[in-house]
Design a binder for this molecule. Structure first.
Ligand code: NAD
Length: 207
């Protein structure tokens, strides 16, 4: 309720004994810069003015910036989390900029996943399993957005690990027309979009 605070985000995941949903619902939707409050999610689903969750927002902006046509394309979103997969699939299927795609959502219970990804013009991978998507699972010319970030033990690094995405960059990049790296792809875009939402919250607040 503090008038000096314009935006609030809860760094997820929370420790197991704290209920994420309860905490998120306690945030004023007008300050919910992550766009995770149920009323903001409802607004997003209905295509109303809201805060678009930062990670999918960054992906939409990449499509726009690099003039990647999504209209009429077959898009496959891997993962159905409330943070990435779910909003991403909804946004890409909507009548909007970087939308109008024919979207399929695949997840941990999907059967014959490679068959589905092989038919995709665009793939957004948000699973959290390092190098899950390999070259044999995609077609030539595919556009691949790698959201995943996983720490993989690596003795050669001083910190003892390296960061890996959900995509095997080595094999997929040979077939892809566009592909985002990890690190340095979706991550920085997410941070930028979070700041954009915070600025938006401030502007809406002072109006
Ligand atoms: P999550 O664990 O909430 O969801 C993972 C999803 O992957 C689930 O919907 C599950 O059904 C699906 N999945 C799991 N195993 C699968 C399998 N074998 N085949 C198909 N689908 C499978 O994770 P999340 O919060 O959506 O995050 C996903 C990844 O993205 C993580 O690595 C996370 O660190 C990363 N992430 C990155 C950013 C960024 O800014 N780059 C932002 C958010 C999340």
């Amino acid at each position: 309720k503090n008038e000096n605070v314009d935006g609030i985000l809860v760094q997820l995941p929370l420790p197991k004994h704290i209920d994420d949903a309860k905490v998120i619902e306690a945030i004023d939707p007008k300050k919910d810069v992550d766009g995770f409050h149920p009323s903001n999610v409802g607004r997003l689903v209905q295509g109303l003015n809201t805060f678009i969750p930062a990670t999918p927002y960054g992906v939409l902006l990449m499509f726009e910036h690099f003039k990647i046509e999504t209209k009429g394309k077959r898009a496959v979103v891997i993962g159905r989390s409330n943070i990435v997969g779910r909003p991403m699939s909804i946004l890409m299927s909507q009548k909007r900029k970087a939308g109008n795609a024919t979207v399929t959502v695949v997840h941990s219970r999907t059967e014959n996943l490679p068959e589905i990804t092989r038919g995709a013009d665009i793939i957004v991978a948000a699973i959290g399993i390092s190098e899950f998507l390999t070259g044999d699972m995609v077609k030539d010319g595919v556009v691949v957005i790698d959201v995943g970030i996983t720490r993989v033990p690596d003795e050669t690094k001083t910190r003892g690990y390296r960061l890996a995405g959900d995509v095997d960059f080595e094999s997929v990049s040979k077939k892809a027309s566009y592909i985002t790296p990890v690190p340095g792809g979706v991550g920085p875009m997410t941070i930028a979009m979070l700041l954009k939402n915070t600025l938006l919250a401030r502007e809406r607040h002072i109006k």
